[in-house]
Design a protein around this ligand. Structure first.
Ligand SMILES: Nc1nc2c(c(=O)[nH]1)N[C@H]1C(S)=C(S)[C@@H](COP(=O)(O)OP(=O)(O)OC[C@H]3O[C@@H](n4cnc5c(=O)[nH]c(N)nc54)[C@H](O)[C@@H]3O)O[C@H]1N2
Ligand SMILES: Nc1nc2c(c(=O)[nH]1)N[C@H]1C(S)=C(S)[C@@H](COP(=O)(O)OP(=O)(O)OC[C@H]3O[C@@H](n4cnc5c(=O)[nH]c(N)nc54)[C@H](O)[C@@H]3O)O[C@H]1N2
Ligand code: SF4
Ligand SMILES: [Mo]
Length: 690
């Protein structure tokens, strides 16, 4: 018997990217726990990932390649050999590529956040093939764009500083569920006397535990930030010196803010004037007294039409009050641009022989149903899906499913499990999990480079994504030496050592140690130095103007809300949001029984008044519908959802849901103001007893 401890990294799409210690007993992983020495993990994993071995050794793991024998979507498959599977795929891709390789589309997201099992060998393969590019917009691109226009890059307050803040705004996020290790820091700040304010239309687990909860209408955050700025200027709660030295366009901003009186703000946001006034004064007073004020803004608020602008407006606040002067002040949406990733080496865009079109993953339903045209290019003939479950997670699912069901579409899915998407595949290929392969990680919530060692041998015939694309590359006669690189060789190139932040990066050492902090300053913008074209925080942004946007902070109302679309609201009077459930990670873990049992069945939180108007009682099955589709859930009558809003925690696999459908039946493919991003929480519905 040999027991060993292997250093690993949680691969999931979560800002925390925890350091894990895997106990391996005679080749079997028996336990996964958080590394007590890693400063942000602090020995704690969330419930989901503490069950990682349950997921890895799950009886339903895909263990060998399969080909479809039933109808698309039916889920009937038959085992084939790797040779047969790969020969079939290579034959088909060669045939399509002879006509036009752009008819082949990769579809992937962050099922694993690893830089190796994500976009390395896969990207090289598709670049060399000349396939369509994929615009990976499904999560964060609206907010990311708004953040970058204003501050220059996704760089923000270090999570390791938040415990020193005196006021923390938790804005559009539910960290108890989705950013646990930030919540641990916020709790510490609270113990040290900080005030926590949640800004969220829903009384989430987190909002419940903050000192104050401001339940604004979904999609109105941009207005709230404008109203706050109005009060800060009106009451002179400003850091004049910081504004003069490190910001651009203050006069124009001041002009714009005149119209955003607390009265108008309160009406737009569906809150009281006192809430607007007090929030702004708390923020401004705390900062001008010299204490650290920090904003943890999350992606929940940017899944609406004006989502990019909302994040942009919020990003203007810290500069106005000089919050960046403190290491514990400022704002954090994502830390990802602090990592100097070497995408040129990982992804080899130079292998692309000519420019190709880009397909937006957030409108995959429409894209799959598009015919060939001058403007669109060739009809999509093949889709290679890895690290994603689009049939469950992409908006307007009825169209997505219709697209995937096309008989003339060739679909390959690399997966751990027979997901809703895998049910539509022609060929399913078994992929390894994080315990079975090597990887290296950047993160979007802290500043450590993270290594993942393989703890156990691949289960069954599973192979890492990289190996699958290596084998396909060989069959396609792609001869560049990069197609023969090992996973370790790829990982060793992940960060750019010429960049001072990764100056200490050494893959062999990182594998041994597990993690290492980037060489980045504690307070990134204490003395300005914003990576914008002007070098300043841009209240006025010329790039936005060039991109056809308002160069100043403004409010863009939702596509679908009672105020912005009263005609539609006559038929569909309730807003609906579908944020993450605590025990799932997007659609991952829905098939792990212990976690699914904790979530119960798909449910819909509805306010007592809205429920009574519809004769709905707690526990009733209800149908949620609009012109796009419908799904069934169990009603929970609760004032956690504000009146006029229903909340369905997500993302259920359709096949585990009550009627084989989930919240994406009713979400739309309309895009946000920036980043070609989806608008999952910009939805009107009606609800009735099923
Ligand atoms: N357990 C768990 N953790 C996760 C995930 C998961 O599925 N489960 N998903 C991961 C992923 S992919 C991401 S992108 C991240 C972050 O994912 P986020 O989308 O930021 O999710 P949450 O942190 O749950 O925060 C969403 C909160 O925003 C609120 N919200 C919705 N609309 C609005 C609005 O218009 N304005 C405001 N102010 N609030 C609004 C919701 O009610 C909810 O409480 O979480 C990651 N972590
Ligand atoms: N209604 C609604 N829809 C949403 C959201 C919402 O809040 N509401 N959130 C959106 C957001 S923020 C996001 S990020 C997307 C997430 O959407 P996705 O990125 O599709 O995330 P998951 O649903 O977790 O699916 C990831 C899949 O990758 C697989 N996988 C994991 N590791 C590997 C690997 O190493 N190799 C291979 N081949 N496969 C692997 C997992 O088994 C899993 O099935 O969903 C979006 N959709
Ligand atoms: S999902 Fe997030 S909190 Fe849970 S172990 Fe992974 S990184 Fe940590
Ligand atoms: Mo996401």
């Amino acid at each position: 018997m040999t027991i060993s401890i292997v250093r690993a990294t949680c691969p999931h799409d979560c800002p925390d990217t925890c350091a894990m210690l895997v106990t391996v007993d005679d080749g079997v992983a028996t336990q996964v726990r958080g590394d007590p020495d890693h400063p942000t993990t602090a020995g704690v994993l969330c419930t989901k990932v503490s069950r990682y071995t349950e997921r890895t050794y799950h009886k339903d793991r895909l263990l060998h390649p399969m080909k479809r024998v039933g109808r698309k979507g039916e889920g009937r498959f038959e085992r084939v050999s790797w040779d047969e599977a790969l020969d079939t795929i290579a034959g088909k891709l060669k045939d399509i590529a002879r006509r036009d390789p752009q008819a082949i589309v990769p579809y992937s997201y962050a099922g694993t956040m690893g830089l190796v099992q994500g976009e390395s060998m896969a990207a090289r393969f598709f670049n060399r093939l000349g396939a369509s590019l994929l615009d990976r917009t499904i999560c964060a691109s609206a907010g990311g764009a708004g953040y970058k226009y204003t501050l220059g890059a996704r760089i923000g307050t270090d999570i390791e500083q938040f415990q020193n803040a005196k006021l923390i705004l938790i804005w559009g996020g539910n960290p108890i569920a989705s950013n646990l290790h930030f919540w641990m820091r916020a709790q510490e700040a609270k113990r040290r006397g900080a005030k926590l304010i949640a800004i969220d239309p829903y009384r989430s687990l987190t909002a419940e535990k903050c000192h104050q909860h401001i339940a604004l209408l979904p999609g109105t955050d941009a207005a709230l930030a404008l109203g706050m700025m109005h009060v800060l200027v009106r009451d002179n709660l400003l850091d004049d010196d910081y504004i003069a030295q490190y910001t651009l366009g203050f006069d124009a901003l001041q002009e714009r803010l005149q119209e955003w009186t607390p009265q108008r703000t309160a009406e737009t946001c569906g809150i009281t004037v006192a809430e607007v006034e007090q929030l702004a004064r708390d923020y401004g007073m705390c900062a001008t007294q010299g204490d650290a004020v920090a904003i943890r803004v999350n992606y929940g608020l940017q899944r609406v039409r004006g989502g990019g602008m909302a994040v942009r407006n919020i990003c203007c606040l810290p500069a106005l009050v000089g919050a960046w002067r403190h290491a514990a002040g400022g704002v954090q949406l994502s830390s990802s641009d602090t990592f100097p990733k070497n995408n040129a080496a990982l992804q080899r865009p130079d292998l692309m022989q000519k420019p190709t079109r880009t397909i937006n993953m957030s409108t995959i339903g429409d894209e799959l149903l598009h015919d060939a045209s001058e403007q669109f290019g060739p009809k999509i003939e093949a889709l290679i899906v890895y690290n994603s479950n689009p049939v469950a997670v992409a908006p307007e699912s009825p169209k997505v499913a219709q697209g995937f069901a096309r008989e003339d579409l060739f679909t390959v899915v690399l997966e751990h499990f027979q997901t809703d998407t895998a049910d539509y595949a022609d060929i399913v290929l078994p992929a390894t999990t994080q315990l079975e392969h090597v990887d290296i990680h950047a993160t979007y919530g802290h500043l450590y480079m993270m290594a993942n060692n393989a703890a156990i041998a691949p289960l069954g015939e599973a192979k890492p994504n990289t190996e699958i694309f290596r084998l396909l590359a060989a069959r396609m006669d792609f001869n560049d030496p990069c197609f023969r690189e090992s996973d370790d060789e790829i990982a060793a190139q992940a960060f750019n050592r010429n960049d001072v932040r990764a100056i200490h990066f050494d893959w062999d050492a990182l594998k041994q140690r597990g993690w290492q902090k980037l060489n980045a300053p504690d307070a990134p913008f204490a003395h300005g130095g914003f990576p914008t074209p002007s070098g300043k925080c841009e209240f006025y942004c010329a790039r936005m103007q060039a991109d056809g946007l308002d160069p100043l902070p403004t409010y863009i109302p939702p596509y679908e809300s009672v105020a912005s679309n009263p005609e539609l609201a006559k038929r569909y009077p309730l807003g609906m949001i579908s944020p993450p459930a605590r025990n799932f990670l997007n659609s991952t873990f829905v098939n792990v029984k212990s976690l699914r049992d904790t979530e119960g069945t798909p449910h819909l939180d509805i306010h007592p008044v809205d429920a009574a108007e519809r004769g709905i009682e707690a526990g009733n099955q209800v149908r949620i519908f609009n012109d796009r589709g419908s799904f069934v859930a169990t009603a929970r009558v609760t004032d956690k959802a504000r009146k006029g809003l229903v909340v369905g925690l997500s993302i259920w696999w359709k096949k585990f849901a009550t009627d084989g459908k989930n919240a994406n039946e009713v979400t739309s493919q309309r895009l946000a103001d920036m980043g070609n991003a989806p608008t999952f929480y910009d939805v009107l519905v009606q609800v009735e007893k099923a």
